[in-house]
Write a protein that binds this ligand. Structure first.
Ligand code: 5GP
Length: 194
């Protein structure tokens, strides 16, 4: 039997460094891919259709949900976000490890459907660091930053439901810890994952 890939779910507040973490993991792990989500939010400057997200209208998004083509979806500050099911299944069957970088409600939906998924919550040492990073990023209006910070506080409540919590400020340390979690999980059930 060939090895089924590992499904790795990474969540954490905006400004937790998730995006950079995922980029670093992909650089060093040739057998790993990241799922491209669908969203109804507006693209940010520099974001690319089909790479950053699939940017969809609300009608189109809900049509995909209705036809069962989303592994999970959630509403986050007035917009929908969801994971297209088919590519994830295909990659796992090919033996690739798949990363989902999604928020807490979606993460918990996936964990229920696929209990072998590994859930990791990343979070800097304090909300102050989150605030500074979000302001420093400069991609969102003050009002949006405020909403995202409130959302981050809400999400912390769900931290306990994750298999692992990585709480560090230095990105290199976050990357190393997540890598060692992934290695441990790969070996947990021998070579065969289901
Ligand atoms: P952003 O607007 O900053 O790109 O993403 C907002 C939040 O939505 C982040 O917490 C991000 O992880 C989450 N997110 C991105 N894609 C998905 C998805 O497919 N499903 C769910 N549930 N959350 C997602």
């Amino acid at each position: 039997m060939s090895r089924r890939g590992l499904l790795i779910i990474i969540s954490g507040p905006s400004g937790s460094g998730k995006g950079t973490l995922v980029a670093k993991l992909l650089e060093s792990e040739p057998n790993m891919v990241v799922s491209v989500s669908a969203t109804t939010r507006e693209p940010r400057p520099g974001e690319i259709e089909g790479k950053s997200y699939y940017f969809l209208s609300k009608d189109k998004f809900l049509e995909l949900v209705k036809s069962g083509r989303m592994l999970e979806y959630a509403e986050y500050i007035g917009n929908y976000y969801g994971t297209p099911l088919e590519p994830v299944e295909a990659w796992l069957n090919e033996g690739k490890d798949v990363i989902l970088e999604i928020e807490v409600q979606g993460a918990l939906q996936v964990k229920e459907k696929m209990p072998k998924a590994v859930t990791i919550f990343v979070m800097p040492s304090s909300m102050d660091v989150v605030r500074q990073r979000l302001i420093g990023r400069g991609t969102e209006a003050a009002e949006v930053v405020k909403e995202r910070l409130m959302k981050a506080e809400e999400e912390l409540v769900f931290m306990d439901k994750y298999d692992y919590v990585v709480r560090k400020d230095e990105l290199d340390e976050v990357v190393n810890e997540v890598k060692s979690i992934i290695n441990k999980e790969r070996h947990k059930n021998g070579e065969v994952q289901g």
